[in-house]
Unconditional design. Structure first.
Length: 304
C-alpha cells in the first residue's frame, strides 16, 4: 500500500476537496472512498470528508494497490500542436473524455495517447491517468497539455496550482453582454439538489474568478474570450449562467430549447500559455475553432 503525505499550508475547503486538488492523481470519488474506509488520517487520526483542514495539519493518504484493469492503446486520431521529451500539447476534439472513468473505460484521450506515445506507461506516471495535469469537459474542444515524464508532470501541476497557466476560451453566450470587458468573481460549489452539477453559492463554495472580453456581437448572442483565473469544475459555464448569459448549446447550465442552433456547447479552449518545465521558455499553444463551431458563427454572421 502506498502512502502519500500532505502538510497543510493554508485552509482551502473540505478535506476531500483539499486532497483531490493537491494530489491530482487521485479522483475526488476515490478520495471519498478512502476516507470512508479509514485510509485517510489527519494528524494520525481517521476523520470525515467534511473536516476542514487547518494550517499545520499532516494528512496521510493510504492508497491500496491499483485494481483497475490496465489501460489499452487505441489508434484514435490525434492533432498534435507541440511535442518534445517533456510534454505534449494536443487539440482535443469534442465528444471525447480525457481519461477512463466509470462508464468510459475506452475511447478516451488517454487511450489515444498510449497508442501515440507508448512510453507514457513506462515513465513512472499514474497508470490510470498517465501524464494528465488538467482536464476539459467531454463536449469542450481545444488545447490540452500532457506531461511525458514524472518531473514534467510535477512542474506543470505546480504551475496550474499557482495559477501560472494562462487559459483562454472562446465562448458564445446568449444575449449581448455588457460591459464589453469585465470579471465574474463568485464562489462555486456542488449543487446539493444535483451532485453532478455545480452552482454559484456562498455556502461551501470555493473562490472563483473569470475574466472576459467581448470579441463580437452577433444576432441574439455574444462571442467572448474568457479566462478562468481559477480552475473550478464547469467554471465558465456556471459563471456565465449566473449572470444570465449562458453558453449557447449548453443543455445543463443553459437553455434546454435555445433559439440558436449549435451541435454542442459553444466552448472551445482556444489558447494556453505556460512555462516549459525544463527550459523555462514561455510557450503558447493555439487550437483554431473547429469546423462545427465555425459553421455556427458563419450562419449568425450571414444574418447581419
Amino acid at each position: 500500500m502506498d502512502e502519500l503525505l500532505l502538510r497543510v499550508e493554508a485552509p482551502e475547503g473540505r478535506l476531500d476537496r483539499y486532497i483531490a486538488d493537491h494530489l491530482p492523481q487521485l479522483s475526488r470519488s476515490l478520495v471519498q472512498r478512502l476516507i470512508s474506509k479509514g485510509q485517510v488520517l489527519v494528524n494520525e487520526v481517521p476523520i470525515k470528508a467534511s473536516y476542514y483542514p487547518l494550517p499545520g495539519d499532516l494528512i496521510r493518504v493510504r492508497v491500496p494497490p491499483q485494481t483497475s484493469p490496465p489501460l489499452t492503446a487505441e489508434r484514435i486520431p490525434l492533432r498534435i500542436l507541440f511535442e518534445d521529451d517533456d510534454l505534449l500539447a494536443v487539440d482535443k476534439p469534442a465528444g471525447i473524455v480525457v481519461h477512463p472513468s466509470p462508464g468510459h473505460i475506452s475511447g478516451t484521450l488517454v487511450n489515444a495517447l498510449l497508442a501515440y506515445r507508448p512510453d507514457l506507461l513506462r515513465a513512472d506516471l499514474d497508470p490510470q491517468r498517465p501524464g494528465i495535469v488538467h482536464r476539459l469537459d467531454r463536449d469542450t474542444s481545444g488545447v490540452l497539455v500532457v506531461a511525458v515524464n514524472r518531473e514534467a508532470q510535477a512542474a506543470l501541476q505546480a504551475q496550474f496550482k499557482a495559477h501560472q497557466v494562462k487559459k483562454t476560451y472562446l465562448a458564445l453566450l446568449y444575449g449581448h453582454l455588457t460591459p464589453q470587458t469585465g470579471a465574474i468573481e463568485s464562489p462555486i460549489g456542488r449543487d446539493p439538489e444535483d451532485r453532478k452539477r455545480m452552482r454559484v453559492t456562498a455556502e461551501g463554495g470555493r473562490y472563483a474568478r473569470t475574466e472576459y472580453r467581448v470579441r463580437e456581437f452577433l444576432p441574439g448572442c455574444t462571442l467572448v474570450e474568457a479566462q478562468p483565473l481559477t480552475g473550478r469544475t464547469h467554471q465558465l459555464r456556471v459563471h456565465f449562467r449566473a449572470i444570465n448569459h449562458p453558453v449557447v448549446g449548453d443543455h445543463v447550465y443553459g437553455y434546454r430549447r435555445g433559439t440558436i442552433a449549435s451541435p454542442r456547447q459553444f466552448l472551445h479552449a482556444w489558447r494556453l500559455a505556460l512555462t516549459h518545465p525544463t527550459t523555462g521558455a514561455r510557450l503558447e499553444f493555439t487550437a483554431e475553432l473547429p469546423a462545427d463551431l465555425a459553421a455556427v458563427l458563419g450562419e449568425l454572421r450571414a444574418q447581419h
